[in-house]
Design a protein around this ligand. Sequence first.
Ligand SMILES: C[S@@+](CC[C@H](N)C(=O)[O-])C[C@H]1O[C@@H](n2cnc3c(N)ncnc32)[C@H](O)[C@@H]1O
Length: 302
Amino acid sequence: MAVKVVELLVTAADGAYIDLTAGSGGHLRVTAETLEPSARLYGIDKDPQAVARTRTNLSDCPQLKEIVQASYSDLIAVAGRLEDKAFDGILLDLGLSSVQLDDAGRGFSFRYDGPLDMRYDPQSGARSAADLVNTLDVGELAETIREFGEEKLAKRLARAIVRERQEKMIRTTFDLASIVTATIPPPHQTKSLARVFQAFRIAVNRELDALTGVLPEALSLLKVGGRLVVISYHSLEDRIVKRFFQREAKGCICPPRYPVCICGRVPQMKILTRRVVVADAAERESNPRSRSARLRVAEKIR
Ligand SMILES: C[S@@+](CC[C@H](N)C(=O)[O-])C[C@H]1O[C@@H](n2cnc3c(N)ncnc32)[C@H](O)[C@@H]1O
């Protein structure tokens, strides 16, 4: 999918591009390979380890200007300090990387035992997953699990968490996983584990607020003809992206009952992916994470 992503992202071989979720620099690398040496590439990642990895992985890349450790929630401020102020392409590859998922010490996975952390930036001072699990009240726990994990048995799980923490603090991924497996019957356990861990990860990192906030900011930093490419991994993210693109492609936000437009808003974007793009069969086979990837692309038109 990386090649497809870059084909859709790049419109000018000597342009400026920014990857707001640099990860290990995989997309930046493929992008660099299609660009002329005079092009400029930038990356942002919230995770200090990802930033260090990308800087190393792309140290031989002539177009690379800067990799910044920051949240894309601070995009406008970060972009204000870069050499380029407007971009031909902006990429968001949402969520977490497989490196983060497979690192037990980060606490993202129910498959490995480790501290229940889940912060993309562990030095940020933000509350960890263990903080939330041990302090939210039963209603807040249920709401988190239902809204961010789309788990039907949220209330039952929330009650089980509260019962367990009255006995002892929930400190590790396996502490949380064992509450889920003790509460949910076997055929549904793995799905529920994934949903509960997704829910706390989204809550810890305020992922949906961050995504909602960054989309209009990214649009404002695109040149006319520039493209915004977003890869999401679950329906909550994809819905936010889809609705943003639809709103910006429509322009007018007047209620349908108004006979004429009074808002004066005109379309800002053209959607290039009428239907969401998914990974092909070969990639789905070789890379299980790609099975949930949803790619949407829109171009700035004014
Ligand atoms: C799916 S990975 C990106 C992988 C990358 N495209 C590559 O090719 O290596 C998502 C990355 O987004 C980062 N991330 C998540 N939320 C972020 C935020 N609010 N601001 C900046 N980076 C964020 C994560 O730390 C992670 O490294």
